[in-house]
Design a protein around this ligand. Structure first.
Ligand SMILES: [Zn+2]
Ligand SMILES: [Zn+2]
Length: 256
């Protein structure tokens, strides 16, 4: 069994073919998926998906790439997270790759999410791109470890992974780990502790090999597990079992 710890099945490419998406999950033994919020305006649609499907969970948060949208307050995030299917705060974090200029608003938004996660005791889903030092620094300053969470779609170095693990965080690998040019990332996946590892699709983006270039979907998380199994010399079933246990340990309000 596998769990997709990060997907966006409310995005039009997947929302338009949900029966097919759920069929492939079942066919590939993908038991659950966590649908991740990127803006408050779309949160009700994610919550509705989680309410309609027993094996779908939701997060609440505003993505660091979303400029000029409604800025969440700590109180709003905590109130929206008070729902049995909302198991995480995010995705949040820093992205200095997609946006430039003065990104103080991004750092402030990140701090707001960490405060909310600590207040409601739900873990953080953290996105970081070209901003690892500031991400780890703000996590430390705001004591993100008291809420815990995951560094999602991990593409950073082993040093960054170890620093996040030291703060109590999990590391989640996406289909990028199957890409030809991702040798350095496979080396990280080969050595970090299995009990801190999660797997995800980040669908509809980043379809893993052998589906590269297609619309990604949660059923394909199996290929991420297969690649990690290959580099670690264990079975995909073992990767599935341990990452599933990790998922339910981290997102403790999620029930099987
Ligand atoms: Zn992300
Ligand atoms: Zn995402």
């Amino acid at each position: 069994m596998f769990v997709d710890s990060h997907c966006h099945i409310n995005f039009p490419d997947l929302a338009s073919k949900l029966p097919e998406v759920f069929d492939l999950m079942a066919a590939n033994q993908v038991s659950h998926a966590l649908c991740i919020s990127v803006e408050l305006e779309k949160f009700p649609e994610i919550r509705a998906l989680a309410e309609a499907h027993p094996n779908v969970y939701a997060s609440v948060g505003v993505h660091p790439d979303h400029e000029g949208c409604t800025e969440p307050t700590v109180a709003e995030l905590v109130a929206l997270a008070d729902h049995p299917k909302v198991v995480a705060i995010g995705e949040t974090g820093l992205d200095y790759f997609r946006l430039g200029g003065d990104l103080e608003w991004q750092r402030e938004r990140f701090r707001t999410h960490i405060c909310a996660a600590r207040a409601c005791q739900k873990p953080l889903v953290i996105h970081t791109r070209a901003a690892a030092d500031d991400t780890l620094r703000i996590m430390r300053e705001e004591q993100a470890g008291k809420a815990g969470g995951v560094m999602h779609c991990f593409t950073e170095s082993l040093e960054v992974a170890e620093a996040a693990i030291e703060q109590g965080f999990y590391i989640s690998f996406s289909g990028i780990v199957t890409f030809k040019n991702a040798k350095a990332l496979r080396e990280v996946a080969a050595v970090i502790p299995l009990e801190r590892m999660l797997i995800e699709t980040d669908s509809p983006y980043l379809a893993p090999a052998p589906h590269r270039g297609q619309t990604n979907q949660p059923g394909y998380v199996k290929h991420v597990a297969e690649e990690i199994a290959r580099v670690r010399g264990i079975t995909a079933e073992a990767v599935g079992d341990i990452t599933t246990q990790n998922f339910f340990r981290l997102f403790k309000s999620a029930r099987h």
